[in-house]
Design a protein around this ligand. Structure first.
Ligand SMILES: [Zn+2]
Length: 331
């Protein structure tokens, strides 16, 4: 069969024009930032680089992709997108937020300890691999697009939409972690996060390591011999979710949060036992445990719950609202 010149030309034209258009439209490589309408922008402090101004919805794709596995259920990705958008809007100066405390020129930092994680598309391409990148990027983009402009409010204000990886069976009350009662950050049961790869961890601390990290002397407590009342560690108080509020180590009092930081534990929900001359600590869960549980949300999505149901479960009493409507209500 002989192809006519015009057929060949048409074919070449289709490839030259059609392939890039398909990439842009179908694979979503340009992200959710459709240029047709004016968009909110957010100035992000990229750790190790400096400030970067992005369209809010584009920024959120990088947050969702960095915060949870892109293979999470679509409804869980959407719940994460709304939580991340709400968290961001609350700190944005445009909406009356405080901005980034460490970097005043930015609204938010990419340091997850100070805000929420974020990954650029080139970082994600490296992490996911070249071809999987297109499919995974599209999954995350879709979750952001399908919840475009939606935030959670309470009493007409964007909520402090905190979230963490794995609550380990029950989320925590805000006051037990940060000392402040927040009506929508209440402890709720969560039995859907057991698939989390960070559900449980056991670590052995040598006596010397404990002493050094906590600035205590276990010499004075021969408890490593195991006599009752002379234990190296005594858990004094636990909260409603079983997380440690206060414990005594080597005769010195520590809050659960302090121990988590100093010992670099995954959560404050832990138990301990003596092992040899050291102490073995087993933690359940990963993160502070307040608000949305990311792996719990994925478990709920697998059971068929919508992102709206997931959000109202982990943030009870909150309302899902369009950012535009919230903005109008402020004028
Ligand atoms: Zn959970």
């Amino acid at each position: 069969m002989r192809l006519s010149l015009s057929t060949v030309l048409w074919f070449c034209l289709a490839v030259v024009i059609g392939v890039p258009v398909a990439l842009v439209l179908w694979l979503g490589v340009v992200g959710p930032g459709r240029p047709a309408e004016p968009q909110d922008t957010v100035t992000v402090w990229v750790e190790g680089q400096g400030p970067l101004t992005l369209a809010l919805e584009d920024y959120l794709v990088g947050v969702v992709a960095a915060e949870v596995p892109a293979l999470f259920e679509p409804e869980a990705l959407k719940a994460q997108a709304v939580a991340a958008r709400t968290y961001t809007v609350r700190v944005m100066r445009k909406y009356g937020g405080m901005g980034c405390a460490e970097h005043p020129e930015a609204d938010i930092s990419t340091d997850p300890r100070r805000g929420q994680a974020w990954a650029s598309s080139s970082e994600l391409r490296r992490k996911w691999g070249f071809w999987p990148y297109f499919r995974l990027w599209r999954r995350v983009t879709r979750a952001v697009e399908e919840t475009r402009g939606e935030i959670l409010t309470y009493d007409g204000q964007p909520i402090a939409a905190v979230y963490s990886s794995t609550c380990g069976g029950r989320t925590e009350n805000s006051e037990d972690v940060w000392g402040t009662y927040v009506p929508y950050l209440r402890s709720v049961p969560c039995s859907w996060d057991r698939e989390s790869p960070r559900y449980s961890e056991t670590r052995l601390f040598t006596r010397a390591e404990l002493e050094q990290r906590l600035g205590v002397s276990l010499e004075a407590v021969p408890a490593l011999a195991g006599k009752a009342g002379r234990e190296p560690m005594v858990i004094l108080e636990t909260g409603v979710s079983g997380r440690v509020r206060e414990a005594m180590v080597g005769g010195k009092r520590f809050s659960g949060v302090e121990l988590r930081t100093k010992l670099d534990l995954r959560s404050t929900r832990f138990t301990w036992r003596q092992r040899g001359s050291g102490v073995e600590i087993t933690t359940i869960g990963n993160g502070h445990g307040v608000g949305l549980c990311q792996y719990g949300a994925n478990g709920l999505a697998k059971l068929g719950r919508s992102y709206r149901e997931i959000l109202s479960y982990y943030y009870p009493g909150t309302v899902l609202q369009k950012l535009d409507d919230f903005q109008r209500s402020q004028e």
